[in-house]
Design a protein around this ligand. Sequence first.
Ligand SMILES: *[C@@H]1O[C@H](CO)[C@@H](O)[C@H](O)[C@H]1NC(C)=O
Ligand SMILES: *[C@@H]1O[C@H](CO)[C@@H](O)[C@H](O)[C@H]1NC(C)=O
Ligand SMILES: *[C@@H]1O[C@H](CO)[C@@H](O)[C@H](O)[C@H]1NC(C)=O
Ligand SMILES: *[C@@H]1O[C@H](CO)[C@@H](O)[C@H](O)[C@H]1NC(C)=O
Ligand SMILES: *[C@@H]1O[C@H](CO)[C@@H](O)[C@H](O)[C@H]1NC(C)=O
Length: 892
Amino acid sequence: MVPCLYSRDWVWTHLNFFVQLLLDALKFSAVSFSALARCPPSEDKVLMNTVENFALEQLNLMIESVSEIQSIHKFRSEILKAVQMVIDAMIKFSEFHSQVLDWESSGEEFNKTRPSVNHVLNVHKCVMEKLCELGTIAAKGGGGLVTILNVSWKGVFTLLQHGNVVLSSKVNVAAIILNLVSLVIEPMKCAAATWSSVMKEPVSATDARRIFLPVKFFLINAVKISCLCPCQAYLVRKEIIFCVLVISTYKVWLSNEKLLETVSEAITELLEQPCLDLVKCILNSTDLKQDLKHNIMDLLFTTERCSFPDGYPSACFMNDPMNEIFNTNCEGRNDAKILSLGRINFLLNLMKHSFDLSDDAKLLITTKLNWLLDILVQEDVYASVLLLQVPFSYFSGKTTELKWLPLLSCLLHALKTFMVAVSKNYAWLELQLFLLDNLLHPHFLCWDIVMELWCFMLRYADDNLVNGVISKLFSVMKLLASSEPVLVYSSALRKMARSITMLLTYGAHTKLNEIFEYIFIQDKSQLSTVIWVALILEGFPLNLLSEKMKNIAIQSTIRDYLSFIGNFSETSMLASSSATIGLPVFSASTTIQSMKLSTSDIDVRTLKFLLALLRSYKISGVEQAKGVCRKLISETLGIISCMKHLYAVNEMEEVILELEKLFISGPTASDALLYECKSSLAPFLAGLAHSKMTETDDNAKSCAVWELYHMLFKERHWAFIHLGLKAFGYFAARTSCEELWRFVPQNAALSYDLESGKQVSEDGFMLEFKIFLEKEMALLTVTSSSEQLELLMKEGLVLKDMLNSSLKLCGTGNECKSMEIDEGPSSRKRKLPEGLSKGMELLKNGLKVMRQGLTLLEEGHVDSRELHNKLRSHFSGLEDEIYRLGSQGGVD
Ligand SMILES: *[C@@H]1O[C@H](CO)[C@@H](O)[C@H](O)[C@H]1NC(C)=O
Ligand SMILES: *[C@@H]1O[C@H](CO)[C@@H](O)[C@H](O)[C@H]1NC(C)=O
Ligand SMILES: *[C@@H]1O[C@H](CO)[C@@H](O)[C@H](O)[C@H]1NC(C)=O
Ligand SMILES: *[C@@H]1O[C@H](CO)[C@@H](O)[C@H](O)[C@H]1NC(C)=O
Ligand SMILES: *[C@@H]1O[C@H](CO)[C@@H](O)[C@H](O)[C@H]1NC(C)=O
């Protein structure tokens, strides 16, 4: 231990003297700078050297005083006041010199080799670097040094502003920006670590703001300096981008944490705008070439696993989930993928605030819209976008307010805002191209988003544009109608019809009557009938038509239907292999079911038609005809289910018995493809509530009904389970039957134990049935839970796989999409590559030979039924597959 040499009083007095001296020195330097600020820079070499050295010494003294402020705590406020005076004087001095030399107006051409100029530059550089250092010390010194913090960074900016072009070539501005960026990240990291480790009660809004206010301060300074020197900011683009993305990602991540919601709100309120400005001033700069800006956009919005240099930022701080956000690097298990949502959130903000951007910058954003769709397809992003709610700031007249909205709604809002922002700009062309390119996007979420934008455009566009778009789309429809199968759900014709129906319903419903009149009344060609059926099957909104038009549509649909079934003969049907046979049935069925139409015009003829179809199905040997037949059976069952009166007709019994034979006891029972009819069988069975039944074991009709219900309940696919329950719910509520147990088999799918799938529980079915009925009544509310997130992720994965395989079928995705919407005389049907189309030819010939072989076999050996059935079902599967393959390539 050091022996105590001096008394306490002595130390105290000594310290007092020292501080007095220090204060005097600081005051002296303030006065000296003020004095220097009054005389123009000297040309004398010695004097110049002295001034430079003097400045450096004064600055060092100032920095020392501030960094040691803790040890002379008692005099803190006096010292800080003195330091502030020095800084003010220094800034005035520098301002004066730059005015004298007038380098602002002379710009780059300024002669830097003149000794006096060089001198001033040296002093400036020194002042600026020291201020930067001071600012950093003050940042780490906590709340007591706020004023120093304030003046020093303000000083840096002021000097840079005055000396801009000349000075920025001498000072490392990029390093200053980098310094600020790390001042932003560090406190966020620390706070994140604290919050994620305590997490027992909600973080208060005041706490969150206390942390983020200084962060905002550094961000704003970074913005000011970057706007002044965008080229220097460009040099540290990776760090800047990392910084804004981390903040953006952190916000989204927090919004899913109940206890940290206030933090997410505080980020939205305080940090989002400056983060955005930081990137905007680079993107909007006229000093940077467009390809450099492309580079920025590519770093911001990339699907690459990692866009940052290895190990950046390398500082590791704690072991928790936040670590992944703040320390993203390529080696981590969860790598940069975790930033995806942050990227989306950032793009969203960029679009929302794109009004004040230059035309070039808007174009840059437009080029990233495809990236957005690509990333939405990733299953984790898909799930989060649908489920997450985030704080969203919006301007309500006078003030900015905060609202929690689903991420998807925010995204749509931003996209629409962006559309308005580019509508009078050359980026508009690019945007239209994007909309056109994705009109038939194969992933439903992307398609939905694109459709929403289309509808938005049509709702607000002028009449000329709307008419132009619609007439072009319809000429594409005509082209497709002449080549694509209308009854194949995935055909380009149907996809196009789906998009058009959506556009007409939500974007241009004022045009509906006009369009209807055109295709339905004026141009009643075969093509327009096909187009009409395609539109109806895709949900054309008949209800939005005027009363008069609606009646015309319904009357004419039913008339066509009755005329078709009146002329229907089994032989003509079996002979015909046309893919468009029975169109009137399809449009009538869809119209009747969608409008819940019940009319006495539909009478016993429909039951007879169904009986004829059932007979044809039994005797037909041609798979294509059978396929058409199955579809017609299904549609007719749908029509009947809407007509209560038909259930009381005598012929109904025969229909029921025939259906029972078809599905259960007849030779067709093993036909796997009959599942195509089962979804319409369910509503048909529900309608039996309006039929009289005798509940005895020897009554053929009621036995058949029981059997049919049993079959439905034994189906294990969730969709059939749902349909079965729904049908039975309707039936049970209205029927006069009393022995409802007869409708439920011992081994209904729902009776099985969910876990093992083996044990049958007696009341399993009734229990599930009850839950189902209760759920039907309950309102559907969406709350985000990890369970739901997981389910959505699974769904997202399936959708992604589907997208993947549909793109694979098309060769390259883009080619496929643009071909489907190709228009004009040069457009032809897509051709398969040479090798494939030759193969298709051979396969088809092969099919022909096999079909002949099968018929011969059947004629020869009547006894081996089972073998025939098996062969036939394999064969028809093969036939279907080849047909599908062919329709992909337009080879018939
Ligand atoms: C710049 O100043 C130096 C020294 O005064 C002088 O020698 C040089 O010619 C000047 N250059 C120009 C381009 O004016
Ligand atoms: C920092 O300076 C600004 C103006 O330059 C002032 O409005 C603000 O109050 C200052 N903050 C502090 C903490 O001194
Ligand atoms: C971007 O640049 C345009 C034109 O160059 C200008 O009108 C606009 O104010 C700038 N916006 C921002 C945010 O700097
Ligand atoms: C058969 O079709 C013709 C038109 O092709 C139609 O005029 C006639 O009414 C139809 N027959 C029946 C019985 O509906
Ligand atoms: C999609 O296809 C590509 C190549 O065919 C494959 O590498 C990739 O793993 C597939 N993605 C999914 C999700 O199946």
